[in-house]
Design a protein around this ligand. Structure first.
Ligand code: G4P
Length: 283
């Protein structure tokens, strides 16, 4: 699913989005509630400019509710509007039209002053691959739409989807590239499944996850794998998980790859509960 974003793709994606921004009033920037900053495109502010914007903290069902609250406060302090949503179930989506309208109120007031009848708010969804853009569009449209390829350059006819009376959405989202900046960002993207496992070594990703869980979600980790000693160094905790799960090679050596696979699968299928992989205090 993931594509290699080389500069040509990036430039093209950016051009296409810039072109479409001319048609819209408000941008819905979709991020993963578990990693709200790491799942943003690095150039989003530059690309969106001063169009009004709403950040949707998606996959909230998979994120730690207490940390999501902290993120809501983080963005509010920076005067950035957010809505916490679950695009799969539809939870939180009903607040979007009202907030979109509020974000456009200056423009609406100007129309009223000029004697123009205000029209529906027009919005475009932007986000990195896998963040839930198609799921969200389908939910808002209340029907199943074809999934767009995760690549810029597929030009299709654009259509407006009506969401109630006061909101219209472009039916194809803007797909932007993820951050490749530093290793931690890469690990966070990989743990949550935003980038494919082939991109980073999944053993490294799982080891990162164990280190983080040991620090932040010790109880969940201990409970899931029936661990005794969480004060041991992360590598020993990792090995203990492997042993507990029977990930052993001939001769009794730990099968690290197998253990890594189990750990990542468990995290992604929420066997350790709802977890967030970055916190405002990490920044
Ligand atoms: P994209 O267009 O941005 O690339 O993302 P897409 O909608 O394809 O969603 C990527 C994956 O994330 C899908 O899972 C989708 O079901 C899931 N998803 C989207 N929003 C939410 C949400 O709010 N909560 C949860 N829990 N999951 C969400 P998948 O495994 O690829 O497909 P499937 O198992 O749902 O069929």
């Amino acid at each position: 699913k993931q594509i290699q974003w080389f500069p040509g793709h990036m430039a093209k994606a950016r051009r296409e989005i810039t072109e479409r921004l001319k048609m819209i009033d408000v941008v819905f920037e979709l991020v993963d509630a578990r990693i709200p900053l790491s799942s943003r495109n690095p150039m989003i502010d530059d690309i969106v400019g001063n169009k009004p914007r709403l950040i949707l903290l998606n996959k909230a069902d998979m994120a730690d509710p207490a940390i999501t609250k902290q993120w809501e406060a983080y963005f509010e302090e920076r005067n950035v509007r957010t809505v916490t949503v679950n695009s799969k179930s539809g939870q939180g989506l009903n607040r979007i039209p009202e907030i979109a309208k509020d974000l456009m109120k200056d423009k609406i007031n100007k129309m009223i002053e000029k004697g123009v009848k205000p029209r529906a708010v027009r919005a475009l969804i932007l986000g990195i691959p896998n963040v839930g853009k198609s799921t969200l569009i389908n939910r808002l449209a209340n029907k199943k739409m074809a999934k767009t390829g995760d690549r810029p350059g597929i030009t299709q006819r654009q259509q407006w989807i009506k969401v109630g009376k006061e909101l219209e959405l472009l039916d194809t989202p803007g797909i932007l590239w993820p951050k490749f900046e530093d290793q931690t960002t890469g690990f966070r993207l990989a743990v949550t499944g935003a980038i494919k496992d082939e991109i980073l070594d999944f053993g490294d990703v799982a080891f990162f996850a164990v280190q983080y869980l040991k620090e932040v979600y010790g109880d969940q980790l201990r409970e899931r794998y029936k661990l005794e000693d969480l004060t041991a160094p992360p590598i020993e905790v990792f090995e203990e998980i492997g042993r507990k799960r029977g990930c052993l090679l001939k001769g009794g050596e730990i099968d690290y790859d197998k253990a890594a696979e189990i750990i990542l699968r468990d995290i992604r299928s929420e066997k350790l509960g709802a977890l967030s992989f970055e916190r405002p205090s990490d920044f």
